[in-house]
Design a protein around this ligand. Structure first.
Ligand code: NAD
Length: 434
């Protein structure tokens, strides 16, 4: 069986390398030619632990290759995984233009039976649209089936998640497509959940939106803690021990970011509304998330009063640790707001510096990109902890204090212990705790 993977971003690249690792013949393709050239040399254009190694191994074995040639890739494969982006449009709906473009190309190159698999996160009923587009534009009598196989990998542990998934959702409507998909995931037979396509599509959106709601919920509780003597970390720990609740995604902080939760919760709210369902629950969770930035900026103001001409260090720019991805990262909104207020910023992140430079560019007067956390805190009036990278947990805080102009920490992720940092002489603000 030959498999095509269209779109070699965070999901497509891991999917291509992972399917090759399972023993299949895989061709990955992307419209960005530079990306394909780099990947073909075994170099992942993104930071993802273990990905370079997996790529090199399977490129070397000969069962994985990459090409910018979309048409011939479609023609030569039996199963096509669509992994292109489904970003948010101006109204909050999923922008399906990349999916539509690829669907038309599949139609034009459909020369024999193929299964078209949606791996991208798409609104429920998307497969119906893809099917209509392919049927409308196809030039041959060849038939095809649709399938949905949403991806649950997490950036930062994507390779491990793909190679050892907790469940694999397969949405199909024919026996032929079912057999092919089951064969692809043969080694995970015990973890296969087979449904119809609408259900599979909805499982993904419903899962991401639920996790996003959980984060907003604990952030709401954190707001109550800040007005009382309650400690949100202890509240979360107490709640999380209940197996019906679980401890994951119950950390108060700056809210959710990244390329998935913010857009997926909005997209599900929109598709629900389009279908006539009241989606206020999700809209409220999203509103709480957007409000996290204001809560954080107010804290910085409580610490510094006037932000104009203050020198401030930001530690962590990626939307979460172990990735270079800054899409919808809290850091971006915080940087914009602080620049608007007239502060001077010193930025550091272990992996996301280049991506951030593409957004804000070099601006030596207002914004400096630093080589380390210690370099970033030199001479600053306050340190903001934005992303909980492991290396920040083990910082030598005595050294940090010695480098800062004023020993003030505003910790957006609760990585430090209040009594410890205050014991070292820092003025310390965190989330939902005194
Ligand atoms: P991405 O932007 O990193 O990658 C998308 C890739 O598709 C890009 O490389 C782009 O060049 C390519 N592309 C777009 N149009 C193309 C075309 N016509 N032909 C060939 N290539 C084309 O996006 P991503 O983070 O990999 O996400 C992809 C999908 O997977 C989205 O729907 C996303 O919601 C979903 N998803 C993402 C994650 C995640 O953690 N990033 C996890 C699960 C699901």
């Amino acid at each position: 069986m030959k498999i095509a993977v269209i779109g070699t971003g965070y999901v497509g690249l891991v999917t291509a390398a992972g399917l090759a690792e399972f023993g299949h013949q895989v061709i990955g393709t992307d419209k960005i030619v530079d990306k394909i050239e780099k990947i073909s040399e075994g170099i992942a254009p993104i930071y993802e632990p273990g990905l370079d190694k997996l790529l090199k191994k399977n490129l070397g074995k000969g069962n994985l290759r990459f090409t910018p040639a979309l048409d011939t890739t479609i023609q030569s494969c039996d199963v096509i995984f669509v992994c292109v982006g489904t970003p948010q449009d101006e109204e909050g709906r999923a922008d399906m233009s990349q999916i539509e473009e690829v669907s038309r190309r599949i139609a034009e190159n459909l020369d024999s039976y193929k299964v078209v698999v949606e791996k991208s996160t798409v609104p429920v009923q998307t497969s119906m649209w893809i099917k209509r587009i392919i049927s409308r534009y196809k030039k041959s009598e060849a038939s095809f089936d649709m399938a949905s196989n949403p991806e649950f990998l997490r950036e930062g542990s994507a390779v491990a998640d793909f190679l050892s998934p907790d469940r694999i959702i397969i949405g199909v409507e024919t026996e032929r497509a079912r057999e092919l998909l089951v064969k692809i995931y043969e080694k995970f037979r015990d973890r296969l959940i087979i449904t119809n396509i609408d259900t599979a599509e909805l499982i993904k959106h419903a899962s991401n939106s639920f996790l996003a709601m959980k984060i907003s919920y604990v952030n709401l509780i954190a707001n109550i803690c800040e007005k009382t003597d309650a400690d949100v970390d202890q509240v979360s720990a107490g709640m999380g021990l209940d197996p019906r609740i679980g401890s994951q995604f119950l950390r108060a902080g700056l809210g959710y970011g990244g390329s998935c939760f913010p857009k997926d919760i909005k997209a599900l709210a929109k598709i629900g509304e389009d279908l006539g369902v009241d989606m206020s629950l999700l809209k409220e969770a999203d509103r709480i998330n957007v409000g996290r930035m204001r809560v954080f900026i107010d804290k910085i103001k409580r610490a510094l009063w006037i932000l104009k001409d203050k020198k401030i260090a930001l530690l962590g720019l990626a939307f979460k640790p172990e990735t270079d991805d800054i899409r919808e990262a809290a850091s971006i909104r915080i940087i914009r707001e602080l620049l608007r207020e007239g502060s001077t910023l010193r930025l550091y992140d272990p992996q996301a510096m280049n991506n951030m430079k593409e957004i804000f560019g070099p601006d030596p007067d207002r914004l400096e990109y630093c080589a380390s956390a210690y370099e970033a805190v030199r001479g600053v009036n306050a340190l903001l902890l934005i992303t909980e990278w492991e290396e920040f947990r083990t910082l030598d805080l005595k050294k940090v204090k010695g480098l800062m102009a004023n020993p003030i920490i505003v910790d957006g992720r609760n990585i430090f212990k209040p009594e410890e940092v205050r014991g070292l002489g820092f003025e310390y603000y965190s989330v939902g705790r005194k």
